[in-house]
Design a protein around this ligand. Structure first.
Ligand code: NDP
Length: 254
């Protein structure tokens, strides 16, 4: 199916060493893309690379702090040095600190905003010249249900994820003429390291998510393989600036 064929393409997946990012990387690898797993933890990074190589593609781990401009530029240089370019960027790296809004320090605010939102700006800006020169590109930003809803324990997180949707629209508008499509994916509640911490901190969260999600379960990383391939492939060439929930119906439940 050439519509979904990613053979020869190069995909950088930030936070691709676990959770949703690794789920997306697996899908992209199965469609033929070569993968750069870009994150901080090298042990998890190497394990992810081994797994992706077993799917029959080339993959490398690239150590990066997505909140640091020099580190992001070095990541893009390493990718170009190894694979020759960047066709697909998945801005997936993220973090959360759960408190009431008045309890955050300024440093904590910046940590969440820089990791979740500024990172997407930095990584997209760094690959833009390559994509413009190539005459095409695909950028996938990861939002959240907190792009739509609020929660008492997610002030900076919700601000960053709301911002991701608006940044997606701005970049989509600016870069459409260069044939670079920019879309956002809004995960529902997904079972990853991030939410395992949330379940420990928020009593009753597990049951509330299952009760509210029409599909009756938490998502898993593998639920993101399909949307990654779709938004990275020619199948989505006339789709840009959207924010697509992948949430088992969580956001449409009245
Ligand atoms: P994980 O904690 O498994 O993944 C987060 C990833 O981000 C890790 O791979 C981590 O790697 C990487 N990361 C964090 N900070 C940095 C940094 N400064 N530089 C580079 N990499 C970094 O959680 P998820 O898979 O759940 O989260 C992935 C994305 O999905 C996030 O953007 C999250 O907000 C979003 N999301 C998750 C939901 C869920 O229910 N799980 C719901 C909605 C959105 P390392 O530590 O090695 O750097």
């Amino acid at each position: 199916m050439t519509l979904f064929d990613l053979k020869g393409k190069v995909a950088v997946v930030t936070g691709g060493n676990g959770g949703i990012g690794l789920g997306m990387a697996r899908g992209l690898a199965q469609a033929g893309a070569r993968i750069v797993v870009a994150a901080r933890n090298p042990d998890k990074g190497r394990a992810a690379v081994t797994e992706l190589e077993h799917l029959g593609t080339d993959a490398i781990f690239c150590a990066v702090d997505v909140a640091n401009e020099a580190s992001v530029e070095a990541m893009v240089q390493q990718t170009v040095g190894t694979f020759g370019g960047v066709d697909i960027l998945v801005n997936n790296a993220g973090t959360n600190i759960r408190k009431q809004p008045q309890e955050y320090t300024l440093a904590e605010w910046h940590q969440v905003l820089d990791t979740n939102l500024t990172s997407a700006f930095l990584c997209s800006k760094a690959v833009h010249p390559l994509m413009t020169k190539a005459g095409r590109g695909k950028i996938i930003n990861i939002g959240s249900m907190m792009s739509i809803f609020g929660a008492s324990f997610a002030g900076p997180y919700a601000a960053s994820k709301g911002g991701i949707v608006q940044l997606t629209k701005a970049m989509a508008s600016a870069w459409a003429r260069d044939h670079i499509q920019v879309n956002a994916v809004l995960p529902g509640w997904i079972d990853t390291e991030l939410t395992q911490a949330a379940r420990r901190q928020i009593p009753g969260l597990h049951e509330r998510v299952v009760a509210r999600t029409p599909d009756g379960r938490w998502g898993i990383g593998g639920d993101f393989a399909g949307i990654a391939v779709f938004l990275a492939s020619p199948a989505s060439d006339f789709i840009t600036g959207t924010a697509i929930p992948v949430d088992g119906g969580y956001s449409v439940q009245g």
